[in-house]
Design a protein around this ligand. Sequence first.
Ligand SMILES: CC(C)(COP(=O)(O)OP(=O)(O)OC[C@H]1O[C@@H](n2cnc3c(N)ncnc32)[C@H](O)[C@@H]1OP(=O)(O)O)[C@@H](O)C(=O)NCCC(=O)NCCS
Length: 215
Amino acid sequence: MKNSSTATSRQYAPIPGTSDIAPPPIAGLQIRDATADDMLAVQAIYTPHVLHSSATFEETPPSVQEMQSRREHVLAQGLPYLVAIINKEIVGYSYASAYRARIAYRFTLEDSIYMAVDHAGKGVGKALLAELLARCDQGPWRQMIAVIAGNNNLQSIGLHRSLGFKHVGTQPSTGFKFNQWIDVVFMQRALGAGDTTLPDSQAKSLAVAAADRTD
Ligand SMILES: CC(C)(COP(=O)(O)OP(=O)(O)OC[C@H]1O[C@@H](n2cnc3c(N)ncnc32)[C@H](O)[C@@H]1OP(=O)(O)O)[C@@H](O)C(=O)NCCC(=O)NCCS
């Protein structure tokens, strides 16, 4: 999988079978691989979501060091960890991770994406996730799952729908935060050839390397 810095000059093809429209260009927006130095800003973006939103089920903001170590774990699996930058300010980040640890899940990823609160709703999240998907489309993986906390998280549901994800299920009341039960919404989109072909042997070994194996 390509893992070099990439700006947002990419033209996104519409996803077959959806009304997806390629994200329009956003003035001054750059999307590139996160660096170690970016993680201070990434931690600052994540912290208010942890403290004030049920979009994440964490309750204690992770330290910069912890965020750094999570990024290194993502990179060690050959997966992308991206930041969105406007006017030299990091305004959002997104990364892919193994969906689940068991070996049979090795072709399935989960995405995570967070925008700085005052930069949400301007199309940047869509451009950022589109780039993440484009990167993962090039790798051996075949499915991307969005695990969305809260059936009222219309921003995240709208974002994923706009990029071709379909609602595949809801687990009622699986989370508990801010003294209320929270449903978990699952949305899914194929990566690359999806399930239309079997993986070739080279892809198999790549995906195995990307998965957390516990057995
Ligand atoms: C979810 C999040 C990343 C989306 O990023 P964003 O920059 O706000 O989203 P965009 O402005 O790029 O919008 C993307 C799409 O979602 C749609 N959308 C956004 N908010 C919506 C809402 N409240 N209702 C319906 N659709 C909505 C937009 O219309 C757009 O689709 P379109 O291009 O077809 O019009 C951002 O809002 C965020 O950080 N939210 C809090 C954290 C979170 O929930 N992260 C996801 C965890 S799974």
